[in-house]
Design a protein around this ligand. Structure first.
Ligand code: ZN
Length: 243
């Protein structure tokens, strides 16, 4: 089975479209949360995601905020301003869809799917070998797929030495999977690894491979929409620079 793995679309419809087109034919799509937050297109993104056939989607912290499950005060100023706007404009049926998304880790075949981390699904950022190390005990499957940091990368647990290494995975270089790994497809709508191109991954369940990918999209068009609705300028600048 060929699986498209996406995360952190963050209301960036143009980036999402580019990824869906670039990925081509897939059997399933797994989305690791944060459909909304930051970007200008919360309704268009949720509507597009809802239409994807054979979709598995879990809840992100920004999604939880927009449906009123987490207070907006939990977020920093600029993130909060976007969420307040999203809360205002998002339509009832899109909120209903977000309400159906599970917050807890979801097991799909050989993989555990989660937004932040298996031990703290909505909030913990797996950014380094230490936080990864602490999480390897919290899932049973050979691999765990995470989002939330917006960094396309991989953590490997060497079961003999009990050591964890972090690798920034390279686009289009296919990785042969072996236990035990934590994999991050990167962010579709707001990459933070200095590569502004939209990030995603293709997971082949039979071949047991993972291919990180990047695709260019029209960033200027998204910046224009961010400015047109008066969202923080910071969100416009960062998508062009990838931070
Ligand atoms: Zn996010």
């Amino acid at each position: 089975m060929r699986v498209l793995v996406i995360s952190d679309v963050h209301a960036n419809y143009t980036a999402l479209e580019a990824v869906l087109k670039d990925a081509g034919q897939v059997d399933e799509t797994w989305c690791l949360g944060d459909l909304v937050g930051y970007g200008p297109d919360p309704n268009a993104v949720v509507e597009e995601i809802r239409e994807i056939p054979n979709l598995v989607c879990i809840l992100g912290n920004h999604d939880a905020a927009v449906m009123g499950r987490i207070p907006l005060e939990t977020f920093n100023g600029d993130a909060r301003r976007s969420l307040a706007y999203h809360e205002k404009v998002i339509n009832a049926s899109n909120v209903d869809f977000i309400r159906t998304l599970p917050a807890n880790p979801l097991v799909r075949g050989q993989a555990t799917l989660v937004h932040g981390s298996p031990r703290d699904p909505l909030w913990e950022y797996i950014l380094n070998a230490l936080s990864a190390r602490l999480n390897f005990e919290h899932f049973e499957t050979p691999w765990c797929l995470v989002g939330h940091t917006h960094i396309q990368c991989m953590f490997t647990l060497n079961t003999k030495t009990d050591r964890v290494t972090m690798d920034q995975t390279k686009p289009d270089i296919t990785i042969e999977l072996s236990p035990k790994l934590i994999l991050n497809p990167g962010s579709v709508g707001q990459p933070r690894d200095r590569d502004p191109r939209a990030a995603y991954a293709i997971y082949d369940t039979e071949a047991r491979t993972w291919t990180p990918r990047r695709v260019e999209y029209n960033i200027a068009e998204v910046q224009e929409r961010i400015r047109a609705v008066g969202l923080p300028e910071k969100h416009a600048i960062r998508i062009a620079e990838g931070w």
